[in-house]
Design a protein around this ligand. Structure first.
Ligand code: ZN
Length: 314
């Protein structure tokens, strides 16, 4: 019988482990020991649900820069971690081989093998959530780079002199301008021009990206203005990615991508205008299909393949 692998998606606030079954746990404490405990609990639970005698491996997608050889998290701003030996700590608890990779790269592998990227050779996933996570498949190979840092497209600058400050310290990163958080920041930045807007009449800190998108869809002037600024920055970043990678497909995932055609119809023509040296009309801009499961599915795929480092699929 074919052995199954387990995929684990470590988010900022939850950990999801999946085979076919899934076990989800909230993260309340971001100290290393507490997070490892929560991950181990999710893995044990999903092993019990899966009822398999043994597993091929466990793949874990974690935020941050990960050493693929050891599974050490070199740096993770989400958890405030530096050089945390996550792989070693988990190997002490499980007999099964454990593979750890960046969560966005794992999600990219998931969408590439099992989702919207299936059948392509040149594919990019951009997850528009709290930040922007990404991953690049070029000529059938998931690109990791010299120190597993390739694909950090959220931190190329699209407004280097007049943008919002990014969590990474730079100004106008793609992530700061075009994530779900970026949409909120656009709306708040122009709010003084819309004194009668109902979007921020309550508590500005409670404003969500979905409310802004809905207001834009309904034709609310504040919502439309924020949305247009957001789409401009999103198009700029995507056009840059096209110039770097010349992909066949760019899939947009994350909360903002729930806008579907409303977003795609707005952003596609702007991308065309900004696509200059690469032939236009060659990149399909689409929505991702695996949703929040992409990370766990891709992590399980990483374990099945024996790591992201041997992720050649061509
Ligand atoms: Zn940044």
């Amino acid at each position: 019988m074919t052995k199954k692998s387990i995929g684990v998606d470590l988010g900022g606030s939850h950990v999801l482990a999946a085979i076919v079954e899934r076990a989800e746990h909230d993260i309340v404490d971001r100290e290393v020991d507490a997070v490892v405990e929560t991950i181990a609990k999710a893995i044990s639970d999903v092993m019990e649900l899966g009822k398999e005698k043994s597993y091929l491996g466990i793949g874990l997608g974690s935020p941050g820069n990960i050493d693929p050889a050891t599974g050490t998290v070199r740096y993770s701003p989400n958890f405030g971690w530096h050089d945390v030996p996550l792989g070693k700590l988990l190997r002490e608890r499980f007999e099964v081989p454990i593979f750890i990779g960046n969560d966005a790269r794992c999600a990219t592998l998931g969408e590439y093998v099992h989702g919207i990227g299936k059948g392509t050779k040149n594919f990019v996933l951009l997850t528009l959530g709290t930040g922007i996570g990404g991953g690049v498949v070029a000529d059938g190979r998931l690109i990791l780079g010299t120190s597993a840092g390739a694909g950090e497209v959220g931190h190329h600058q699209v407004r280097a002199t007049d943008g919002f400050y990014c969590n990474c310290g730079k100004m106008g990163c793609f992530e700061a301008q075009a994530s779900g958080t970026g949409l909120i920041r656009h709306a708040l930045a122009i709010a003084p021009s819309f004194p009668r807007s109902t979007l921020v009449s309550g508590k500005p800190e409670k404003l969500g990206s979905k409310a802004i998108r809905k207001a834009a869809e309904a034709g609310d002037p504040h919502g439309v203005a924020a949305w247009n600024r957001y789409i401009d920055d999103l198009a700029c970043g995507i056009a840059n990615v096209i110039a770097f990678v010349n992909p066949q497909t760019i899939a947009l995932g994350g909360g903002v991508a729930a806008a579907g055609d409303f977003m795609l119809d707005a952003v596609r023509p702007r991308i065309e205008v900004l696509t200059t040296m690469v032939p236009r009309g060659q990149t399909n801009i689409v929505c991702a299909t695996l949703g929040n499961d992409a990370g766990a599915i891709g992590s399980a795929e990483m374990a099945r393949r024996g790591g992201l480092t041997t992720g050649a699929t061509g």
